[in-house]
Design a protein around this ligand. Structure first.
Ligand SMILES: *[C@@H]1O[C@H](CO)[C@@H](O)[C@H](O)[C@H]1NC(C)=O
Ligand SMILES: *[C@@H]1O[C@H](CO)[C@@H](O)[C@H](O)[C@H]1NC(C)=O
Ligand SMILES: *[C@@H]1O[C@H](CO)[C@@H](O)[C@H](O)[C@H]1NC(C)=O
Length: 513
């Protein structure tokens, strides 16, 4: 009778382990390219990420949104941008915008389930009002910056008032917060080191009887190009100075992630931690990221903008060390985490994400067969093809099975015709400033119908538009876009407010409404 008794005890042990709430660590890299992670064959060294991914599950058919605020909004709410009003551009510093109050965040859900919730790094989901801030959106604590980008050591971000007709001088301000308090003490401290240290402090101070949710959106490797010399010097083989700095920024982040995971181990939390690593969007080609061999980059709906480098690590994975090719999306984390945490999905509006745990952990088929990449009614281009379905002049993209349809893509954008080869002679560029805060971009064109169809399984590089050969597929996907368009809420994209500017607030970016 000894054997069955032992088995019985084992089964109790495993049931308890699996029924407890795992710690959840979500690490987001910023503007991190498909070809900038070691295991995709990059020249950039990421030994920590490579090892973690090798021990876990690499997600190779996983999508994010093409720019910062949208991906973060979907990660935190589980809902598409067309359902939160954030379908156009990012949230700019001076805009009165944030996550809508009808969409509780993952932090609120996990907090409700008993988790301690902390965020360290970049917020970029609005700060005009206290109600938009991370500490009002379910995080017990926040350390980091509220805007979209800034200098890594000075913690200063600038607005060039490009949206103002009056005054085009640059206005700069400090953006570094310890909860609500401005932190002036870290000038000169490189943010990858700073955020790593703050994350480690949280891990060390954590009460082990409680489950931990740590959201760690690093600033790296977003522009500006800035890294301590030590990391840049690791890449004397790379000739282009900006790519060399970018590579250093990535390797420094990789080291930070090693330090954070070591802290989890030291604190005895690691064995029951689920780590998700994801980029927020594809690499920015003008800022020295590479998405090769994918087409396009940050800001485009081509694969280089939306197919994200990502993996999952954790003892709870039933199947480990494999590549998962099931269709997944950043909005899927929300129900996946809430269910892992034994939380409740009640009280949310209909989610666009799917619980993917079974898919990730067992390799089961994904529940997701469709993915709306976006519909942005404020970007319009081309000629209308059909009167009785989705207006293809509107910028949109959708994936149904292996098919991907893009509409309204402005064909003059150089990024849309890039397959990872960076144009020569580009300077630093100004951070995230390529798209103006205009209200509507309408470009006229002659003859272009502005519909593109790709079979992503056969042609992941989007080199062969097959829309002419597959009119029925085109029509079906346009009808699906029409369906999604019918569920869309109005775009929330208010004009910038001069009262936001730091010169009105003692040189800091702060909530002003
Ligand atoms: C433009 O804005 C800057 C910064 O706020 C200010 O110093 C300058 O005086 C303004 N210029 C004009 C012409 O209003
Ligand atoms: C990681 O930890 C080592 C050892 O404490 C330290 O020298 C290094 O600067 C840390 N790296 C980062 C990115 O925090
Ligand atoms: C989306 O739906 C709205 C409201 O029915 C309609 O006015 C608009 O033309 C539709 N957009 C597209 C791109 O079809």
């Amino acid at each position: 009778m000894l054997l069955p008794a032992t088995l019985f005890l084992w089964s109790i042990y495993w049931t308890q382990a699996a029924s407890s709430q795992p710690h959840i660590l979500v690490i987001v890299a910023d503007d991190y390219g498909w070809n900038d992670i070691g295991y995709h064959g990059s020249e950039i060294k990421t030994p920590t990420l490579d090892q973690l991914a090798k021990e876990g599950v690499k997600l190779e058919n996983y999508y994010v949104q093409p720019i910062c605020s949208p991906t973060r909004s979907q990660l935190l709410t589980g809902r598409y941008q067309i359902h939160t009003g954030l379908q156009h551009s990012i949230i700019w510093w001076s805009q009165d915008s944030g996550l809508p109050s009808d969409s509780p965040t993952i932090a609120e859900k996990l907090k409700h389930a008993g988790y301690k919730t902390h965020a360290v790094g970049k917020w970029h989901l609005g700060f005009a009002r206290v109600g938009y801030l991370p500490t009002s959106k379910g995080f017990d604590t926040f350390y980091g910056f509220w805007g979209g980008s800034e200098s890594y050591s000075g913690h200063i971000s600038c607005d060039d008032l490009h949206w103002s007709h009056v005054n085009h001088s640059r206005v700069c301000g400090l953006d570094l917060r310890d909860n609500l308090a401005i932190d002036r003490s870290q000038t000169g401290h490189y943010s990858t080191h700073l955020f790593t240290e703050k994350a480690i402090d949280i891990v060390h101070q954590h009460d082990k009887t409680k489950p931990l949710f740590l959201y760690l959106p690093y600033q790296a490797p977003h522009a500006p190009m800035e890294v301590p010399k030590k990391y840049e010097d690791m890449y004397s083989n790379i000739k282009d100075v900006n790519r060399r700095i970018y590579a250093g920024m990535v390797t420094c982040m990789d080291e930070g992630i090693k330090n954070v995971t070591n802290a989890f181990k030291k604190a005895g939390l690691w064995d029951d931690t689920i780590l998700v690593f994801t980029t927020d969007n594809g690499g920015s080609i003008k800022n020295h990221g590479s998405n090769w061999p994918l087409r396009g980059g940050k800001g485009t709906l081509f694969e280089g903008g939306v197919r994200g480098a990502a993996f999952v690590h954790g003892n709870r994975l039933a199947k480990k060390g494999y590549v998962n090719k099931e269709l997944m999306h950043v909005s899927d984390w929300y129900p996946t985490f809430v269910n892992l945490a034994k939380g409740s999905l009640q009280g949310t509006k209909p989610l666009d994400g799917f619980d993917q745990w079974n898919t990730i952990s067992h390799g089961a088929k994904s529940h997701r067969t469709e993915l709306l990449h976006n519909i942005d009614p404020l970007q319009v281009w081309g000629n209308r093809a059909f009167d009785d379905t989705f207006d293809n002049r509107v910028s949109a993209a959708i994936r149904v099975g292996d098919w991907k349809l893009l509409t309204g893509q402005y064909e003059g954008r150089p990024e849309s015709k890039e397959w990872g080869k960076r144009p020569e002679g580009q300077g630093h560029g100004v951070v995230g400033r390529s798209s103006g805060q205009t209200n509507k971009v309408v470009r006229t064109s002659s003859g272009q119908k502005s519909i593109m169809l790709y079979n992503i399984r056969d042609d992941p590089e989007e080199r062969h538009d097959v829309s002419a050969q597959h009119p029925t597929v085109v029509r079906h996907l346009l009808d699906r876009l029409k369906h999604y368009n019918q569920t869309m809420v109005p775009v929330h994209y208010p004009p910038g407010d001069v009262n936001a500017l730091p010169n009105k607030h003692g040189g800091v970016w702060t909530h002003w409404l």
